[in-house]
Design a protein around this ligand. Structure first.
Ligand SMILES: NC(=O)c1ccc[n+]([C@@H]2O[C@H](COP(=O)([O-])OP(=O)(O)OC[C@H]3O[C@@H](n4cnc5c(N)ncnc54)[C@H](O)[C@@H]3O)[C@@H](O)[C@H]2O)c1
Length: 447
């Protein structure tokens, strides 16, 4: 699925024309390729006074990742990223100097640059001034992200439960936000706890030795997830309905995985998934609940079958499979579920879909402590507008509006969702639990 508009305004004569007419010119986003540098230029690490030692710690780690790290803005640099550390700021007035320093370098960020804040989440019992400062970062980051151009994104790490700035999951999240893997993640703050995480020996293959199951893997986002998990080192079990057998075989062959033809709404779907993974591959580490359907109708016109089918595939199947895996006591399981921005902001004609996707967010939060008791995590990814067969069925005008309605002025690619899932499924992200990560280019609808 392609976005011909973005292609046209970035090449040849049509590029010149679009510039002259002042039309939106969505940037060509830089996506991950093994061997490419982590960022597009040097990284500037800024902080408020109280957070200086955390900034030093972070800068040392970034140096270890072969980045060109600087602590002072210089006029000659074309920055690949700016990391703003505000972990110990306790009063709103304490952040002024650091945020304005960030402002002074924004015009010198390279295309596809990154702004990453690292701060602490407001928590129960915080003094009002502290809570105000910590929550202020949320509105600040989301606003700054909307000011960034040329494919540059802004995201934030929110440390929780006393996690240190160099907790493995905090570092892994900073790295994800800095990298091209997060190309379509914009304006998001991800809560990161201490967790029992470990940084990978090889950052290009963080899933080596892991066995992953992906539902709905025959096409679209599911196929991209299978490819990305396999690229990162996992062995992948590809699940889809028998009717999608051809596409399923194609995906499984491409990733050197196995196929399991299964309707996820089957009563024993969880048991069969576990049995297949264990018999064929000896273990199960990752489950990605991606299978999903649309049956869009205004609620006034909705037939029972349209409501029921969406709830059955998108929500009830995930609940049942999780329950069966928990019952079987699978250890260290990383579950990642597909939600949607429709489940956050709502969408006309999608009352059924919105219920199912908000339900996914609800069960993810509730499942998180249950899997954590067995050393696992449960997180959700909420894509915005992604270019797939599912969205190509949307009428042209609506589709165009949906594409341009994000900070990045374009739809995402299936691989963008897949990258977020691969990150959340990785051992390094063990401190991220019960979270919803939007992959929506900072879609302007909803939070
Ligand atoms: N495309 C988007 O913009 C977008 C946005 C938000 C969320 N999502 C979510 O991402 C996921 C994938 O979306 P997509 O665009 O790739 O969809 P798609 O329709 O292209 O692919 C969905 C796959 O799921 C499979 N599937 C459907 N019912 C199944 C069942 N009962 N058992 C097993 N497999 C089944 C289908 O055969 C298909 O291969 C869905 O959960 C969707 O709700 C997509």
């Amino acid at each position: 699925m392609t976005d011909t508009y973005t292609k046209a305004v970035n090449s040849g004569f049509t590029k010149t024309l679009a510039t002259k007419l002042g039309l939106p010119r969505p940037a060509v986003l830089r996506r991950f390729r093994a061997g490419d540098p982590l960022t597009v230029g040097p990284v500037l690490v800024l902080s408020d006074d109280a957070s200086r030692s955390d900034a030093d710690t972070l800068a040392t780690t970034l140096l270890g990742w072969d980045l060109d790290v600087r602590r002072e803005p210089t006029d000659d640099a074309r920055w690949g990223a700016v990391v703003l550390v505000l972990t110990n700021a306790a009063r709103p007035t304490e952040v002024s100097e650091a945020v304005l320093e960030l402002g002074s370098v924004l015009r010198r960020l390279a295309p596809n640059g990154r702004v990453v804040t690292v701060s602490r989440a407001a928590a129960d019992g915080d003094a009002p001034e502290l809570a105000a400062t910590r929550n202020g970062v949320d509105g600040f980051l989301r606003s700054v992200a909307k000011e960034l151009r040329y494919g540059t994104t802004g995201n934030g790490v929110l440390l929780t439960d006393g996690a240190a700035v160099d907790a493995p999951s905090a570092l892994a999240t900073v790295r994800f936000f800095l990298s091209a893997r997060s190309a379509y993640v914009d304006g998001q703050l991800l809560a990161v706890g201490p967790g029992d995480a470990e940084l990978p020996a090889d950052w290009d293959h963080p899933l080596t030795g892991k066995v992953a199951v992906v539902t709905g893997a025959a096409r679209g986002i599911g196929a991209a997830i299978a490819r990305t998990l396999a690229r990162d080192g996992a062995t992948v079990v590809c699940v889809d309905v028998p009717a999608a057998g051809e596409g399923l075989a194609r995906t499984a062959n491409a990733v050197g995985g196995t196929t399991l033809q299964l309707d996820v709404t089957a009563e024993d779907a969880g048991t069969r998934i576990l049995e297949h993974a264990r018999t064929r591959h000896g273990r199960l580490d990752i489950v990605v609940h991606n299978a999903g359907i649309l049956r869009d109708k205004l609620l006034a016109n909705m037939k029972p079958a349209q409501w029921d089918a969406v709830i059955a595939v998108n929500l009830a199947a995930q609940l049942r499979i999780n329950a069966q895996l928990l019952e079987a006591g699978v250890e260290g399981l990383h579950v990642v579920s597909l939600a949607s921005t429709s489940g956050i902001a709502g969408n006309k004609g999608q009352a059924n879909y919105g219920f199912s996707k908000a339900g996914v967010i609800g069960h993810t939060r509730a499942t998180a402590p249950l899997v954590a008791a067995h050393g696992g995590t449960a997180n959700a990814v909420a894509p915005g507008f992604i270019e797939t067969e599912m969205t190509s069925s949307i009428p042209f005008a609506t589709r165009e509006v949906a594409r341009r309605l994000s900070s990045l002025q374009q739809g995402g690619q299936p691989v963008d969702v897949a990258e977020a899932i691969a990150f959340l499924a990785s051992p390094a992200a063990a401190g991220v639990n019960g979270q919803v990560l939007r992959v929506c280019g900072q879609n302007l609808v909803g939070r």
